[in-house]
Design a protein around this ligand. Sequence first.
Ligand SMILES: [Zn+2]
Length: 87
Amino acid sequence: MPVENLKDALSAAWRVRARCIDGRIDNGRSVGKCRYQAELNVETLVWTRGRNMLLTDLSARMMCPRCVNRRVSLILEPPPVAGRAAE
Ligand SMILES: [Zn+2]
């Protein structure tokens, strides 16, 4: 089943992680690369963005909280399958 918008992600219990792409952090003496990433709460995203928000549009509205970079990629992770112990 394709997961295209927030409603799909929520109903299929997918997890969404955001990752900063090539952000820059000025830590005083030098400038380092920011690779900050964090898991986003899908339900909160639905509350704030609406459930029909496309995931591709969502990534365009992201901003890294560490370095204010706007190039953020979203990583979608399918839910762990319960009871798949012996494989
Ligand atoms: Zn960043």
